[in-house]
Ligand binder design. Structure first.
Ligand SMILES: [Fe+2]
Length: 171
C-alpha cells in the first residue's frame, strides 16, 4: 500500500551541523556525470553515518526487522537540477531522504506516484504526491516501487539544497 512517512526534526542540531560542515568541505562532494543539471555527490560519508544506530531503529519500527542498511548518499543540487522520472535501483528498496540544508525559500518538491511502477505506465498523468523538505525534515518511502521525480530547480546560482539519502534493502 502506498505510504509516505514524513519526519520533522530528524536529527539534533549538532549532528546535522557536523554533517553539513563535513559535506561542504572543499572536494568532499564530487561532480556526478548525469544529464540532470549540476549536482555533486558523496557516498557513505562517515559524518552521515553517526546517526545510523538511531535511524536503523526508527526505520525498523516501521518496516520491520527484515531490512538491512545499505548505504548513504549525499547530494547537493544547484540551479537547473532536476530528477528524471525513475524508480531506484536494486537493492535500494527503502529510502529516507533528509534535507540538511536549503538556502532558498521556495519549495522543491519530490513528486511521488501513488501507484506502483508495474501498474502505472505514465505516473506523471496519474495521482501523485508532492513532498517538499525543509531543513531537518525527512521523507521515507519505497523508492523501488513508487516512481518519483523532481522538476527543474529554479534558484540563484549561489543557492543550493543538500540532501542525504539513507537506503535499506529488504532481506
Ligand atoms: Fe530515487
Amino acid at each position: 500500500m502506498f505510504k509516505i512517512y514524513k519526519f520533522d526534526n530528524i536529527f539534533n542540531d549538532l549532528d546535522k551541523q557536523s554533517m553539513v560542515d563535513a559535506l561542504l568541505k572543499p572536494g568532499v562532494l564530487k561532480e556526478e556525470s548525469v544529464n540532470e543539471g549540476h549536482r555533486d555527490a558523496v557516498k557513505n560519508l562517515p559524518e552521515t553515518l553517526i546517526v545510523l544506530p538511531e535511524l536503523d531503529i526508527k526505520i525498523k519500527s516501521i518496516y520491520g526487522n527484515n531490512i538491512k542498511f545499505e548505504n548513504s548518499f549525499s547530494r547537493v543540487y544547484y540551479n537547473q537540477s532536476f530528477l528524471k522520472l525513475h524508480i531506484d535501483r536494486s537493492p535500494l528498496d527503502i529510502t529516507l531522504s533528509v534535507c540538511l540544508l536549503k538556502t532558498f525559500l521556495h519549495t522543491w518538491d519530490i513528486n511521488i506516484s501513488k501507484f506502483p511502477a508495474y501498474t502505472n505506465p505514465d505516473p506523471k498523468k496519474e495521482e501523485y504526491l508532492k513532498v517538499n523538505l525543509e531543513e531537518n525534515q525527512a521523507a521515507l518511502f519505497e523508492g523501488r516501487i513508487y516512481p518519483h521525480w523532481r522538476n527543474k530547480l529554479e534558484c540563484a546560482e549561489n543557492e543550493k539544497i543538500l540532501l542525504t539519502y539513507y537506503h535499506w534493502q529488504k532481506i
